[in-house]
Design a protein around this ligand. Sequence first.
Ligand SMILES: Cc1ncc(COP(=O)(O)O)c(C=O)c1O
Length: 399
Amino acid sequence: MTEFKKGIFFNNISINIFNKIYLPLYIYDLKKIINNIYNIKKINFICFFSVKSNDNIFLLKIIKNTINKFDVVSIGEIEKIILINNKKSKIIFSGSGKSITELLISINLKIFCINVESIQELFKLFFLCKKYKKKINVMFRINPNIDALTQKKISTGNIYDKFGICLLNIKQIYILNKIIKNFINIIGYDFHIGSQITKLKPLKKLIFTIKILLNKKKYNLLDIGGGLGVDYFFYKKKINIKNYFFSINKILNKYNIKNKILIELGRYFFCNSCLILSKVNYLKYNKSHNLVILNLGMNDLIRPSLYNSFHKIESINIGNNFKKFFGPICESSDKYNNDDKIKVKNNSLIFFFSTGSYCKVLSSNYNSKKKIFEIIFYKNKIKIIYSKEKIFNLIKNYD
Ligand SMILES: Cc1ncc(COP(=O)(O)O)c(C=O)c1O
């Protein structure tokens, strides 16, 4: 996307068209997005897009026009999908704390499936369906007690995580089967053990657990969740989606598991097709250590403060060497992880890579900051897909 070593270009468009007053902004590359979707469509499994990773309406429309299957975790996400698509999209409703209203709306909308995370949720759903004489598809999300070997804060499949039905309680679920079957149609097992998974070992363990479950009780579908990791570090040996799912397929075959496989990918769709362009606001020359204050804060990009995550930083390489980069928000944790010396000067443009997933969706108005622009490049054109928030948005809900 960027060729800023030779001059600052995105595709063939010069960066000079961006007036610095519009920075920071998110920049997506449609070509890369289409390429990712093309790769996903080649996988043997049925893929749902996990909306929580990026809920920009323009990007959701791309998903609607390509795979048209969504994994959601709130009614707000369902409403967004209905907004872009009157016709039916396939929707799975995941999430550990669904409210009665959310369950009721999902039942009335006849969404494809609700992934139930506890026996209590199953009861709630059963009584609602019985009361309103409706029937709904359900998958049981199981907590398999498996370490996804990823960041602790994005692991979801260990026994002490809040997600899923504990394996020890599975017998109770099977007993309930008979009582609820007139209103609840159980179609499968569901698992999501974590995000940014880069190793196959946890998946091997998961499939072994699945085999044991299938021996106890068979259902048609197996939803093995999302989690495919992306390369934030720009290693030469990249994580290859084709090899990853090919290996999973091989393990499934080894255990003779013939079920239809669903996946709920989020991060893979947009992560590496987006970067943030920001600029240096101040350079501070302290006696012991020098530092850079950017105009990009944790309100716009919270992953480093929240998860200690890494985003590759680059500048146009003019100026003095700096290693420590901070945002303008009034918090000490408003800082970025970086080990390299990067040459910057006052007003330098600074790029943050791999910012298409779990970045804009997690942004906030902290310090009464307005949410920033998102733009997309396609065929040498630029389109604004989110306009910078106006002050009216920040104050309209006060009496
Ligand atoms: C239930 C569920 N499904 C799918 C995903 C998507 O995961 P990823 O973005 O790592 O592919 C998540 C994200 O954590 C999730 O919680």
